[in-house]
Design a protein around this ligand. Structure first.
Ligand SMILES: [Zn+2]
Ligand SMILES: [Zn+2]
Length: 559
């Protein structure tokens, strides 16, 4: 994708991921030959992406413009912002800028991907200023459900672009990490050309609660609990983990941590000074089992009901070392990400069956608040920045839509609000914005070690296999004599219960034999037509008999 020479001097804004979806955030700001990328996230697969582990953005545009990409700037350490980084850096090894905790989390990822030593990680804070070609980047602190989250200010020759990152306004944050409210107002006062702002909670009225109120609710649960307490939350929610630690200190309980990601984040959090845990407070699982029930807290992953997580395994009594007992208190300190509701419900049911006291559902129980600002906070951000152009980001379409209504309600004219899809571009030059040409975007699917090798065709096959199973027909032919030497043998999986379908399969067998014989007599002997005929005849027959369409795989060998 080469830009035409004559109008290179203009600002280009677009997303490679994050619009019309929750996840795989990646935004691009380009002025002439300088590109700055904000975030490199991943998304968890949708239900129809069978067998896929992760989804990351297609970065072909960045690869084609490799020499122009000055940096990837990270807003915070959540997976939907940093999870794609190790894959992207393998394609374009550019400097990565982030705050201390963000880089701490990134480091452990890059180490796992074996690319830490060749990666260039550069530490920034809310006072840093970086000159990247024609672009000057600076930061402001925001409140979010992970410490060290920042918004990004990109000063361009056309004007200032502000990217909020994920944010809420929490006036009583845990660890006293105050947002840079004054700085936001100042940025707005100097003039903002374009604002890109988090739309996650654009559907929610009012204000999002303070993280500190969660601490009070958790403490109250601790006060009443007579036996063990199990707390499940997002591994990255260090504020929440700190509040569990504080309640454990207050009620003289020791903590054990289960779940690989939770152990990892707690270690990084303690090491970098974001999590304050007294010596001897965290003990290992074997030791916790020796303590009386009312001295125990188990901090666990699995707040989304993920089938393989520690909480789910404890609930099903398939955890190696820990069981949930009747009378235990389980706090699920999170709300389900859209799509995970039924997994969470299943886990909660299971826990109640065991006889545990389950506290879940943030808004009723007070044990969870969102990390994203609600409508009033979104309006506050819009009011601070007073941008000329507004682009809602980070959300599914309806959220982006509602966020643009909010922008209009505070006085931004509709024609200055851009509701974009991934790949839609906005070109700004001489203070005027218009839609530009589309950039190719897409999902890169990751399955095991394969990056992008599983595409639509493989997925279609997986879907077929998962619906009606597979039937393999093996036959050996002699072309010289036009006879069948052996077979056909029919092997099926996931189609019918073979022992009760002998007749059907025998008839199928006969049909294949007749078809092949007929074709050979007619002198049709190209491999592909033989295969296609078997597939057609068999497919039609099986559909008539069963109303199912298994995948049919003819294997024809010639002697
Ligand atoms: Zn986030
Ligand atoms: Zn996010």
């Amino acid at each position: 994708m080469k830009l035409p020479k004559n109008n290179k001097e203009r600002l280009l804004i677009f997303a490679l991921g994050g619009l019309g979806e929750i996840g795989k955030n990646m935004y691009v700001i380009q002025y002439a030959d300088d590109i700055v990328v904000v975030d490199a996230g991943l998304k968890f697969p949708e239900e129809e992406m069978l067998g896929i582990d992760l989804v990351i953005p297609d970065v072909s545009y960045l690869v084609e413009n490799k020499e122009k990409v000055r940096a990837i700037i990270l807003t915070h350490g959540h997976e939907d912002h940093i999870g794609g980084l190790s894959y992207v850096l393998k394609e374009i090894n550019v400097p990565v800028y982030g705050t201390k905790l963000t880089l701490g989390l990134v480091e452990s990822k890059l180490k796992e991907a074996n690319i830490l030593s060749e990666s260039k990680l550069i530490l920034v804070n809310n006072e840093s200023e970086i000159q990247l070609g024609a672009l000057k980047v600076s930061f402001f602190k925001v409140n979010h459900s992970i410490p060290d989250a920042v918004g990004v200010v990109i000063d361009t020759p056309e004007g200032v672009v502000v990217h909020t990152g994920d944010f809420k306004f929490d006036l009583t944050p845990v660890n006293n990490q105050m947002a840079d409210i004054h700085k936001m107002a100042e940025i707005g006062k100097k003039g903002v050309l374009a604002l890109l702002s988090d739309s996650t909670n654009a559907e929610r009225e009012g204000h999002t609660g303070s993280e500190r109120s969660v601490g009070e609710s958790i403490s109250e649960v601790f006060r009443k609990a007579k036996q063990r307490i199990i707390v499940a939350t997002f591994a990255s929610n260090i504020h929440r983990i700190q509040q569990v630690v504080d309640a454990s200190i207050a009620y003289d309980r020791k903590i054990t941590i289960v779940g690989r990601s939770m152990v990892n984040v707690v270690n990084i959090g303690i090491e970098l000074g974001y999590l304050h845990v007294p010596e001897g407070m965290i003990v290992d699982v074997d030791e916790i089992n020796k303590l009386p029930a009312d001295r125990v807290v188990i901090l666990s992953t699995g707040s989304q009901g993920e089938p393989m997580s520690a909480l789910t395994r404890m609930a099903r009594s398939t955890h190696r070392k820990l069981d949930i007992m009747p009378g235990d208190t389980v706090i699920i300190s999170a709300t389900p990400i859209p799509g995970n509701e039924k997994y969470v419900a299943r886990t909660v049911d299971q826990l109640f069956r065991i006889g545990a006291n389950v506290i879940y559902g943030g808004s009723i129980s007070g044990v969870h608040v969102s990390g994203h600002g609600s409508q009033e906070e979104l309006k506050l951000m819009l009011n601070f920045m007073r941008p000329k152009f507004f682009i809602p980001i980070h959300g599914e379409y309806r959220m982006l839509r509602l966020h643009s209504d909010l922008a209009e309600s505070i006085g931004i004219p509709r024609e200055n609000i851009f509701l974009l899809d991934n790949g839609d571009t906005i070109e700004i030059s001489n203070g005027k914005a218009r839609y530009g040409s589309k950039i190719p975007v897409g999902n890169v699917l990751i399955d095991g070690l394969g990056v992008g090798d599983v595409g639509n065709i493989v997925l279609r096959d997986r879907k077929l296999l998962s619906q009606d199973g597979i039937l393999v027909v093996v036959v050996t032919l002699s072309k010289q004599n036009a006879t069948i030497l052996s077979g056909p043998d029919i092997i099926s999986r996931g189609f019918v219960y073979v022992r009760e379908s002998e007749e059907l399969l025998e008839e199928a067998n006969r049909l294949v034999t007749v078809t092949l014989q007929k074709l050979m007599i007619e002198n049709v002997n190209e491999w592909s037509s033989l295969k296609n005929s078997v597939r057609d005849v068999l497919g039609r027959f099986l559909y008539e008999q069963t109303r199912r369409r298994p995948m049919i795989l003819p294997i024809i060998m010639e002697v």
